[in-house]
Design a protein around this ligand. Structure first.
Ligand code: FES
Ligand code: FES
Length: 174
């Protein structure tokens, strides 16, 4: 039995310790916002937060999150400043990579309230977008950082109140 916090709620799973966190989130807890892209930590579609840090849930064993706080895109409650900036900049195209992009971007503001363009590119460089929405992603991150209402994103603040064609062909429920 593995216990952890999922979007602020204490949960338990009987999944094998080496089960990727992604599948526990999606299949057991039915949170489908976190996506499967490559399964080998190469695309970022599966990015979630573990105690405020962005991790690739497709390779992160659930046995490693005992008593940790996990936040998924659902845990941002459509109210995170990054999500608001995403809407304002009309970032998504197909949308598949977007939850991972937002989760990755959210951790940048936790570390750096005023990131430079280079900071943004470096922080987001491992999150791939097949629709090539990179410029809009960068603009949205910049907008979120510049918005005076944004302030500094507090690590863990979202989770303690109570992240090739063949791989894309393997997509499960979207
Ligand atoms: S699905 Fe996890 S990094 Fe691609
Ligand atoms: S918006 Fe389609 S993959 Fe990024």
């Amino acid at each position: 039995m593995i216990e952890f916090y999922l979007n602020g709620e204490k949960v338990k799973t009987n999944a094998a310790e080496d089960t990727p966190l992604l599948w526990v989130i999606r299949d057991e807890f039915k949170l489908k916002g976190t996506k499967f892209g490559c399964g080998i930590s190469m695309c970022g579609a599966c990015t979630v937060h573990v105690d405020g840090n962005a991790v690739r849930s497709c390779i992160y064993p659930v046995g490693a999150v005992k008593n940790n706080h996990i936040t998924t895109i659902e845990g941002l409650n459509n109210s995170h400043p990054m999500q608001k900036a995403w809407v304002e900049e009309q970032v998504p195209q197909c949308g598949y990579c977007q939850s991972g992009q937002i989760m990755q971007a959210a951790t940048l503001l936790a570390q750096n309230a005023d990131p430079s363009d280079e900071d943004i590119v470096n922080h987001m460089s491992a999150n791939l977008c097949r629709c090539m929405a990179y410029k809009r992603i960068q603009k949205a991150v910049k907008r979120a950082a510049q918005d005076s209402a944004v302030g500094v994103y507090e690590p863990g603040s979202d989770n303690q109140s109570s992240g090739n064609q063949s791989s894309y062909n393997q997509q499960v429920e979207v």
